[in-house]
Design a protein around this ligand. Sequence first.
Ligand SMILES: [Zn+2]
Length: 490
Amino acid sequence: MVIGRWRLLAAVGLLTVAVAGCASGPRYDLVIRGGRVMDPASGLDSVRNVGILAGKIAAISAEPLASDSVLDANGLVIAPGFIDLHAHGQSTSDMEIQARDGVTTALEMEVGVYPVDPWYQSMVGKAPLNYGATVSHIAARFAVFHDVEVGHWPLNRAATAGLGPDPAGANSAANPGQVEALGGAIRRGLDEGALGVGFGINYTPAATPDEIASMFRIAAERKMPVFVHTRAFGIGAIREAITTAAATGAALHVVHVGSSAGDDLPTALALIDSAKAGGMDLTTEVYPYTAASTMLESALFNPGWQANLKIDYPDLAWAKTGERLTKESFDRYRKEGGWVIIYMMKDANVERAIAHPGVMIASDGVPFVNGTGHPRGAGSFARVLGHYVRERKALGLMDALGKMTILPARRLEGFVPAMKNKGRIAVGADADLTLFDPATVIDRATFTEPTQPSAGIPHVIVGGTFVVRGGELVKGVFPGKPVRVSPPTK
Ligand SMILES: [Zn+2]
C-alpha cells in the first residue's frame, strides 16, 4: 500500500516534468492515447492522454505520456466507468454481460443481501466488476420469520421455494418482537459494511408502514440511505415513501421510477423535485425499457396485482419462452416459479424520466437464467447512449454520462467514502474507465435475445485492468473490488 501510494505521488509529481516537455517522464502501467475525455464531474470534454498507475488515474494530459502499454483511443470517448446502482445479477456471467455495456461498478442496492458479511466473502475472486450491496429488509424478514439465511434473494430462490406459496417472510405482519429482531438484523448488516438499507415493500406487502418507518429510522440514526421499491405502483406509494423518509430523516432513493410511477410519472418527478427543493436528500433512477420484470411467484403477484400494475394476463410474458400468459398459464407458472416480463410502461414516460435532470440510469438487471431474462441487464447503458442520446436526441451526451457516473457516485459518497474515487476522471481516482464510440454505441439485447452484448464499447477497464478489450470480453480476470463501508471503530 505504501509503495503504491509513493508511486502514485511520484507519478503525479513527475507529470509536471512531462508537461514541460521533458522526454524522460514517468512510465505508466498503461497509457490511453488521444481519446476524447468526457468527465461530467469537471465538465472536461477534450482530447487527452490518460496515464494509469497502480490501478489509479495518475495523469490526464494533452502532452505525450510514456508507457510500454499504449492503447490508441482515437475517435473514442473516454468516460468514467458506469456505476449501476441497481444490479441484481451478481454472478460472474451476469457481470461479464454488464461489462460489455460499459458497467464497471454493479451494486445491489434495491433488494440487497442478508447476512452481509458472508455475501461479501462469497464475491472475492469472482467479480470482474466492483460490487457491493445494501442490507436487505426482504432477506432479514425471511431470517426473522423462517430462520432462513437467504443471502442474495434473487440468486437464491431455492432458499425461499421451500417455504411454500405464501411465506410469512413476505405475507405476515411482524409482531413487536419481530420488528425488534428485524431492527437488529438491519443494524448487524450496517455493522458489517452494507451500503444502506434495501427495501422491496411490494414484495413484503404485510410489512406495515410502522415497521417500514422503524427500519428507516435505524438507517437515519446510522446516517445511511434507504433504497426503496415502493409499496405499490403509482404516485400514492411514492408519496408514502417520501413522507416516511421525511418523518424519519432517512436519505431516500426511489428505485426505477419509470415502472414505480407508471402513468403518474410526470407527477412523481414533480413531487420528487419539490421535496428535493425543500431540502430532502432524495434521488431516483430509471431503466430505459417499457417492460418490467420480476419473479412470478413473488408477493408482487398476490391477488390484486392487475389493479396495482394496471395490466392483465396478456401483458405478462414468461421469460423462458416469451409466451404471453393466460389465467391458466399464470397459475401454473406461478406455482413453478420464474421470471416474467411485464409490459406496463409508456415510452413517452420512460423517455421523459431518462431526460429529466437528476434522474440516474440504473439497469435493474435481473439474473440471466440459461440466456433468458430481461435485456436491461445487458443493454441499459448503451441503449441510453445510442437510442435516447444519438437517435432520439432526448438529452445531451454529457448529461447522459453524468447520470451513469458522477450522479450515482455522489448519491453514495456521503455515506460510502470509497465512492469519492469513482465516477470521475481525475488524478487519484480509481482507473475505472469505459471507452465507446458515440457514433455506433447501441444496445443489441432484445426480449428474444436478452444477453446479446452491447455494441460500440470496445474497451472497459476496472481498476486499471481490461475486462473488455478490442470489443471482446477478457475471460478469467477478476479485478472487481468490494465497495463497502469500513466497520465502525468502537
Ligand atoms: Zn424493484
